[in-house]
Design a protein around this ligand. Sequence first.
Ligand SMILES: Nc1ncnc2c1ncn2[C@@H]1O[C@H](COP(=O)(O)OP(=O)(O)O)[C@@H](O)[C@H]1O
Ligand SMILES: [Mg+2]
Length: 176
Amino acid sequence: MALYLKTMTGKMKVLNTFKFKTKSESETFSLALMFGGKVKSGQTISLEGMIGAGKTIFVKGLAKALKCEQSPISASFGLMKMYKGARFNLNHFDLFRLKDEEVPYLGIEEYMGEEKSVSVFEWGNPASYLYVRTELIELYFDLSGGDNRTITVSAKGEKSEDLVSKVYQLWRKRKK
Ligand SMILES: Nc1ncnc2c1ncn2[C@@H]1O[C@H](COP(=O)(O)OP(=O)(O)O)[C@@H](O)[C@H]1O
Ligand SMILES: [Mg+2]
């Protein structure tokens, strides 16, 4: 389901890719809270973008929304960790510097197959063959000067598309 918006000229515009702009760490955290509030068990979220772009901040917001006991940490070298949450568990994969050939030995699929869990990847590229064909929410973080970030989000699959367009509408209506 794509989002249909009425433009100023009254024409309908179809959106498949959504841009979110944040001005601070706390705004990115708030955006993640919105995603976390809507996410469903079994969904996969991929975060791309350079170091310091805000991916781990986003994971922290997700964990908060899922009512996880602990806050995720950032890793300088591969990390796979499950955070127990009151709503769902959060599987956090930070595959920074992981070699493609190492991926099959990590048991990522077992984590992802856990009941009542949501999986989020930072630097997920080496493992993307495990999730690109299924439902997927992809966020690309761009630095846009100072504390500004532009987060471009696209979705694949009905559930994910629905989620992203709902969050986009919430974000547009939020109180700043
Ligand atoms: N708009 C913003 N969104 C997220 N982080 C921001 C923003 N502005 C500044 N920051 C800072 O950028 C850094 C992002 O770090 P982190 O989330 O670990 O990045 P990544 O996981 O992408 O390497 C933090 O130090 C945070 O305070
Ligand atoms: Mg990180």
